[in-house]
Ligand binder design. Structure first.
Ligand code: CO
Length: 423
C-alpha cells in the first residue's frame, strides 16, 4: 500500500472514534468527491451523479449515470461503522473514596479486559435544545486522557492468572475521571468546556469511550496494523476508497453503492441498522417506477467484515483445514448454517474476481464444534433477496480495543471491492 493511503487510513481509524464520526468522515470524503447529500424528509429530484444519505451513524452512497440505470441492478458493498465499546449512561454521577466516577454500559461483544488501564477519551453526539426550542445534534470528540478504568492489583486477586479475570460491567468498569476535592465535580461541565457546547443547552447524548493510542505499524517488517476499531473501519475505508476510485475511472456496469451501517455489533435491528428499512426504502426511492424485484435479482452484494486469523497460541479454536493467515489475502467466509451468506455460486464469483485480478484470498470456515459469529451479509441478503458474498480482512484480537491485521490484506480488500464494482 502507498504510504499516503496508509496515513489516510490511519487518520480515519484514529478519528472515527464513534459510528457518528465514522459516518461523518465518510460524508466528508463524499462531499470532496462532489456527491450530493439528500435529506430523507424532503422529495428527491434525482438525475445523474453521486448521492448519499446519512441516518443515525449509517451512511449510504451511490452513483448513477442515467435515470433508469438502477433497474439493471446494483453492485453493493456493505460494512459497519460501529465497534464494541463502553457507553456513557443517561445519568452521569457517582463518587467513591474521593474519586469522581460515572456509569457505563457495554455496547456489543467487547473484550472487557482490553479497556482496563487505558487512557480513555470520550466521543459521540450531543443533542441540544436552544432557547427558541430547536433540537440540534453536535459531534463531540475529546481526544485527551480524561478517564481510566484501573484494574485490581494482583496482590488483591492472587488467582486471577489461573482462574481468569471476571469483570462485572456494573461494578468493575466504572471509570474514574477526577478527585472529588477538585472544583470540577460535574462531567458534563468538562464535556461542555471541551466541546464548546453550552452546558445549559445540553439535553441528552450518545457518548462513548475510546482508547487514545493511535494506529501503528508493528512487526519487524512493519507488516501488521495495530489499532482500535479495525473491525470494521478497515472495511468502511476500503469500501469508500474503492467506490470513489471506481467512479472517477467510470468502470462500473451496475449502479455502484456503498452501505455502511450502524448497530451491527448489537444485531442490526434498528432504524439505521442493516435489518431496518434504510436500504430497502432508499432503493425503492432510487428505482421510482422501475421493477424492484427485477432490479434486486440483477444486483449483487459484497459484505465486508473482520475475519478470524488463526491464532498461533490457540490452534484448538480453529479448523486447521481452513487456516487463515494475516497478509495472505482476504478471507471468503462460508457457513452451512447461513451465519455467512456466501453460497457456492458467491464463492465462485469471489474467486473469479480474485484470480482475474491477482488478489490473494483464503477460505474461512469455523470449527464445526464452535458457534459461528455472523454479520450484516445474511441480514441484507434476506431483506433484499440479493445474492451475497461475505468476506473480510483476517485479524487477531477481534473486539479488543486494540486489534491486529495484516497491512497487505487491506490493499487486497480494496482491490477486491474495486473489481467487484466493475465486474
Ligand atoms: Co464486525
Amino acid at each position: 500500500m502507498l504510504e499516503g493511503n496508509l496515513s489516510e487510513l490511519f487518520n480515519f481509524l484514529d478519528t472515527s472514534t464513534s459510528p457518528y464520526h465514522a459516518a461523518n468522515n465518510v460524508r466528508e470524503y463524499l462531499l470532496e468527491a462532489n456527491f450530493n447529500e439528500l435529506d430523507e424528509q424532503t422529495p428527491w429530484e434525482l438525475s445523474t451523479g453521486g448521492y448519499f444519505v446519512e441516518r443515525d451513524g449509517s451512511i449510504v452512497a451511490w452513483y448513477s449515470r442515467n435515470e433508469n440505470e438502477a433497474s439493471n441492478g446494483l453492485a453493493i458493498v456493505a460494512a459497519h461503522t460501529d465497534s464494541p465499546n463502553l457507553r456513557l449512561k443517561p445519568v452521569l454521577k457517582g463518587e467513591q473514596v474521593g474519586l469522581s466516577q460515572f456509569g457505563i454500559e457495554v455496547y456489543g461483544g467487547a473484550l472487557l479486559n482490553s479497556w482496563l488501564d487505558r487512557d480513555l477519551g470520550i466521543s459521540g453526539r450531543i443533542v441540544t435544545l436552544s432557547p427558541n426550542s430547536e433540537i440540534a445534534e453536535s459531534l463531540v470528540q475529546i481526544s485527551q486522557p480524561l478517564a481510566k478504568i484501573p484494574q485490581l492489583a494482583i496482590h488483591l486477586n492472587r488467582s486471577v492468572n489461573e482462574s481468569g479475570l471476571i469483570v462485572n460491567p456494573q461494578q468493575h468498569l466504572r471509570p474514574i475521571w477526577n478527585d472529588t476535592s477538585s472544583d470540577t465535580s460535574d462531567l458534563l461541565d468538562v464535556i461542555s468546556s471541551e466541546s464548546g457546547i453550552e452546558r445549559q443547552f445540553i439535553q441528552s447524548w450518545d457518548l462513548m469511550l475510546h482508547d487514545l493510542q493511535r494506529a501503528s505499524l508493528v512487526g519487524a517488517d512493519k507488516q501488521w496494523i495495530a489499532s482500535a476499531r479495525i473491525d470494521n473501519l478497515i472495511s468502511c475505508h476500503a469500501a469508500i476508497s474503492s467506490f470513489i476510485r471506481n467512479i472517477s475511472d467510470d468502470q462500473f456496469t451496475r449502479v455502484p453503492m456503498v452501505c455502511l451501517f450502524n448497530h451491527e455489533e448489537v444485531g442490526s435491528t434498528s432504524a439505521a441498522g442493516a435489518a431496518g428499512n434504510l436500504l430497502p426504502s432508499l432503493i425503492q426511492r432510487i428505482l421510482k417506477d422501475s421493477n424492484y424485484s427485477e432490479a434486486m435479482a440483477n444486483s449483487v452484494l459484497a459484505s465486508a467484515d473482520g475475519a478470524h486469523a488463526t491464532h498461533p497460541n490457540y490452534l484448538e479454536k480453529h479448523d486447521l483445514d481452513h487456516e487463515i493467515r494475516m497478509n495472505r489475502g482476504i478471507a471468503i467466509k462460508r457457513n452451512s448454517n447461513e451465519r455467512y451468506a456466501t453460497n457456492a455460486v458467491g464463492q465462485a464469483i469471489a474467486q473469479m474476481i480474485c484470480d482475474t485480478n491477482n488478489i490473494p484470498y483464503q477460505l474461512f470456515s469455523n470449527r464445526s464444534d464452535l458457534a459461528c459469529g455472523s454479520t450484516i451479509g445474511p441480514i441484507s441478503s434476506a431483506s433484499l433477496g440479493i445474492s451475497t458474498i461475505d468476506l473480510g480482512v483476517p485479524q487477531l484480537s477481534m473486539h479488543s480495543t486494540r486489534e491486529l491485521c495484516g497491512k497487505n490484506d487491506v490493499k487486497a480488500l480494496e482491490d477486491f471491492m474495486f473489481n467487484f464494482f466493475k465486474s
